[in-house]
Design a binder for this molecule. Sequence first.
Ligand SMILES: N=c1c2ncn([C@@H]3O[C@H](COP(=O)(O)OP(=O)(O)OP(=O)(O)O)[C@@H](O)[C@H]3O)c2ncn1[C@@H]1O[C@H](COP(=O)(O)O)[C@@H](O)[C@H]1O
Length: 137
Amino acid sequence: MDLPSIREQKPVTILQFFDALQDHSRKGWLPTTLYSLEDTISRRQVTEESDKPSWTKKLLLDSQLLCSKIREEAGELIQTLLGKEDKSRAASEMADLLYHAMVLLRVKNVKMEEVFEVLRKRTSQSGIEEKSSRNKS
Ligand SMILES: N=c1c2ncn([C@@H]3O[C@H](COP(=O)(O)OP(=O)(O)OP(=O)(O)O)[C@@H](O)[C@H]3O)c2ncn1[C@@H]1O[C@H](COP(=O)(O)O)[C@@H](O)[C@H]1O
């Protein structure tokens, strides 16, 4: 059940209402977590923190290292499927890939909000429809 169905005033129990509310606020953590990580990554470029050892800073300064880590993490995520590894390994490898990809976005000066915007625009059509509209233009 989602909050819109509650807004549509379908009859729900108090327990269903609180379950839906909890689920809704948990989903709210996703952009907050990503924005917070984005902020941390961009702060690693600030000179006043230059004396602190930082993996992010190493990646920001070395594109070869950054690209090789993204490839490596993508490979490790794929391996969780091919190797039938457990779901916690997949979540962990996805977190590694996401973090390293976000460092690349910082180097390219792309904000997470721009990525979210692309995803939001795509929700209006299926991936197959989008691909066929690309071929026509
Ligand atoms: N999310 C991450 C994050 N994910 C992975 N890593 C580092 O990425 C490096 C490579 O990870 P791997 O798991 O691939 O390590 P590996 O040594 O290759 O090990 P294997 O996979 O080969 O076993 C390690 O040093 C990890 O600690 C991260 N380093 C930083 N962050 C975030 O960035 C913040 C700032 O970190 P610093 O810049 O280091 O201060 C942290 O507080 C976190 O929020």
